[in-house]
Design a protein around this ligand. Structure first.
Ligand SMILES: [Zn+2]
Length: 371
């Protein structure tokens, strides 16, 4: 589907972009504007692969689509290289929020790993403060443009590193000052949540919300570890939970499926899945089912009653937006506005906010879809 990341799409005569949306899985270092990368690189005397914004946007898309994980990860070296100063972090965070608001998002959670932003002398605390300032500037700018948005930080630790307890303490220290949750990211395969048990024990003792990347680059064991060792309240992608389902027969419209214990738990406890359709396709998370969007188990999980949410993961690398992801899903699985509303209500219910704040979001979504 040809919708550019800043474009719109219509469904049943309604602009998808104008609908109130909630974005839960959205990486700060995967959402930069190409023009900003060029300007920030120039300020600190760094070379970037292209000096024209459109060409740089193409470069990111090509590297991310190359099928090579090495090439894909190289793109993050470029984005994080211009996010090593307070000014760089602040600007990127501000624009992150403005771009979300322009896409119709009313609540977002931005995840990023402070430990990857210390190369030019920032402390962990200074990095989190800079991002928070940028978020607040972005919220103010959006409000001036007539759009209300709130964004919380998901403080992320890198799972191949050994700083997770320190990062967990950082997240808790910033509770009430911007941080709403904790995540681990990076190489999933071979680095289960169990490796970070000390951090997760600490977070649980502080009643601090946790989401964990699991069921993307690794399968059911990783999801199990996220739930048991990490006490994750949500699963980052979690798409490979579908490996615990067996389609036994198909009668007309009806599909008969048997559940493994893990899939049954995730479904019945309504543990939200932060599915990211385009990204899941690009990273090979769904290769067990195929290589086309129609092969994505998104619809199977939705029809079976899993709490599915729709996410962008990395807007720049996947050249996407929440509007575009929803349009692609609607196009692929013939969803209507009621389906799109259900995804937003799932996301609002899964937000790391108080129950009153979540109810407020749910009300806003109901109103937006009704009008
Ligand atoms: Zn992610």
């Amino acid at each position: 589907m040809a919708i550019d990341p800043h474009g719109d799409a219509q469904l049943q005569g309604v602009s998808i972009r104008s609908l109130p949306k909630v974005s839960l899985h959205d990486h700060l270092d995967g959402a930069l504007r190409p023009a900003t990368i060029i300007e920030l690189a120039d300020e600190i005397g760094l070379d970037v692969p292209e000096t024209d914004a459109d060409a740089l946007g193409d470069w990111f898309a090509e590297k991310s689509d190359s099928g090579s994980l090495v090439e894909y990860l190289r793109t993050f070296d470029v984005t994080t290289s211009v996010m090593q100063t307070a000014d760089g972090l602040r600007r990127v965070a501000k624009e992150f929020v403005e771009d979300l608001a322009a896409d119709g998002v009313i609540y977002g959670e931005v995840r990023w790993a402070p430990e990857q932003h210390l190369a030019r002398g920032l402390s962990l605390e200074e990095a989190v403060e800079a991002v928070q300032e940028g978020i607040e500037e972005g919220e103010d700018a959006a409000e001036s443009a007539g759009r209300d948005i709130r964004v919380g930080q998901l403080i992320t630790a890198m799972r191949h590193a050994d700083r997770s307890l320190e990062i967990a303490e950082l997240a808790v220290a910033f509770r009430g000052r911007g941080a709403v949750g904790f995540d681990i990211a990076g190489a999933e395969d071979g680095f289960p949540a169990a490796n970070h048990r000390a951090a997760f024990d600490y977070l649980a003792s502080e009643f601090f919300p946790v989401t964990i990347h699991a069921g993307e680059a690794a399968g059911l064991d990783s999801i199990r570890s996220a739930l048991i060792d990490g006490r994750a309240l949500r699963l980052g992608h979690g798409v490979r939970i579908a490996e615990d389902l067996e389609v036994v027969s198909q009668k007309g419209e009806e599909t008969f499926v048997t559940f493994g214990d893990l899939a049954r738990w995730v479904r019945d406890r309504e543990i939200p899945l932060e599915l990211s359709p385009s990204s899941n396709l690009q990273t090979g998370a769904i290769t067990a089912w195929g290589t086309e969007m129609a092969d994505h188990p998104f619809d199977l999980l939705y029809q079976l009653g899993f709490s599915v949410t729709v996410n962008v993961d990395n807007r720049l690398m996947s050249r996407t937006s929440l509007t575009r992801e929803l349009a692609v899903l609607a196009d692929t699985f013939e969803y209507d506005l009621d389906d799109l509303e259900a995804f937003q209500l799932n996301a609002a219910a899964a937000a790391f906010l108080s129950v009153e704040e979540r109810e407020e979001l749910i009300e806003l979504i109901g109103e937006g879809f009704a009008s």
